[in-house]
Design a protein around this ligand. Sequence first.
Ligand SMILES: [Zn+2]
Length: 68
Amino acid sequence: MSRICNQCGEEMLEDCEIGMRWKIEDIIISKEFRGFLSNKKAKLKAAVCTSCGNVTFYIDEYKEFKDA
Ligand SMILES: [Zn+2]
């Protein structure tokens, strides 16, 4: 299922890397569910609309957050 731009309705280019000029670590999205052992972490990704330049952030592991 492709990601659709919420600005212009065109299909977005997914799996774009997010670069930080002064930091080595990847940005991660995390949430602690019921203690340390069930921490959920996901790498932040970006999708770019090649029609209007809109950028949106997303994670692939969203289902793990829902089921936690
Ligand atoms: Zn767009």
